[in-house]
Design a binder for this molecule. Structure first.
Ligand code: UD2
Length: 315
């Protein structure tokens, strides 16, 4: 048994990590500001220690990290358009807080920090699929911030010998992803709209593609990154290695829900990437990772969860 800190552990991906770690019998502490996270995301995981606080405050980061073996740094303001509208707030959450966590982890003698990087770092580099050795080309403050924090981690490995690994996530979706804001992930917004019989919005012509990754795959990749040898300082894509357009995604989701709802098309969003697809050969080689849950199965689980969550909210 080891002690794990999950920052952002009351959020979508963080709560899945906390749940799986607790299930495996580890000691889990969650640090979350509850700006986007929710206590109820952890309601079913009784053994988790909860620390409410903002990691952009160094004292909070020091308290959060104390006594931990591993730090899974998931806390962030994870939105391209939100970062375009308010770059200062997202810089604070995505860079300042990350630096605080790294300094606290270094000082506390943490074994390894696994960081939630983003496919956004690649931007519109023309080659697909995206390989980790391609030069990054961030198109939004969010993309730049995720890249900077990733590079801070690598620098901490070189300068101070703190083991860090950055896992680049590719459009993660699944249960507990909140559809409650216009900044929410597109699958949560599409699911919510279809279940209400509303028309979802597509920004642009819907031809943009994404490597949508079911959350269980990411949990598996991140936990492998805690245990793998010879990965300190590495950046590793974790995704399905496939891509689908938004138009096709909506068609598949309509099929699952049993609707035939069309989208409303609006102007493309500033800072948006056109195409995204991961090369996952590095994750296969270094982590022994392979995607466990394919897209359509993940979409079914997600839509089932959205249905039951909406039914519970109505009761
Ligand atoms: C970026 C990152 C992703 C993750 C995420 C965090 C890329 C390729 N991906 O996701 O890895 O870090 O940020 O939030 O940079 N859209 C619509 N209608 C809507 C909402 C979105 O058409 O109602 C479009 C949006 O313009 C984009 C696509 O759907 O083209 C996906 O948007 P998203 O917000 O779900 O995620 P994205 O790609 O910004």
């Amino acid at each position: 048994m080891a002690a794990y800190l999950v920052t952002g552990g009351a959020g979508f991906i963080g709560s899945h990590l906390a749940e799986e770690l607790a299930r495996r019998g580890h000691a889990v502490r969650v640090a979350d500001s509850l700006i986007t996270g929710k206590r109820r995301n952890l309601a079913h995981v009784s053994s988790v220690e909860f620390l409410e606080g903002d990691l952009a405050d160094q004292a909070v980061a020091v308290r959060a990290v104390a006594g931990m073996d591993y730090v899974l740094h998931q806390a962030a303001i994870p939105s391209v358009p939100r970062s375009v509208e308010d770059p200062i707030a997202s810089n604070r959450a995505n860079i300042d807080a990350s630096l605080n966590v790294l300094v606290a982890a270094r000082d506390a003698g943490v074994k390894r920090v696994v960081y939630a990087g983003s496919s956004a770092a690649y931007g519109d580099t023309p080659t697909l699929p995206k390989r980790e050795d391609m030069p990054p080309h961030p198109l939004s403050p969010y993309a730049l911030q995720k890249l900077v924090a990733e590079q801070y981690g690598q620098m901490f490995t070189r300068l101070y010998g703190l083991e860090t690994v950055a896992i680049r996530y590719f459009n993660v979706f699944g249960p507990r992803q909140d559809p409650g804001s216009p900044y929410s992930g597109v699958i949560s917004l599409f699911a919510d709209a279809l279940l209400e019989g509303r028309q979802p919005t597509i920004y642009g012509d819907g031809g943009q593609t994404r490597d949508f990754t079911y959350v269980a795959n990411v949990v598996d990749g991140v936990l492998r990154a805690c245990e793998a040898s010879s990965v300190a300082g590495e950046v590793i894509n974790v995704a399905t290695g496939d891509r689908i357009s938004l138009n096709e995604l909506l068609r598949v989701m309509n099929g699952i829900v049993g609707t035939n709802v069309r989208a409303i098309f609006k102007e493309p969003r500033a800072g948006d990437v056109k195409d995204s697809q991961a090369d996952i050969s590095k994750a296969r080689a270094l982590l022994g990772y392979r995607p466990i849950v394919p897209l359509e199965e993940g979409l079914r689980h997600t839509i089932d969860w959205c249905r039951s969550d909406r039914a519970a909210a109505e009761r």
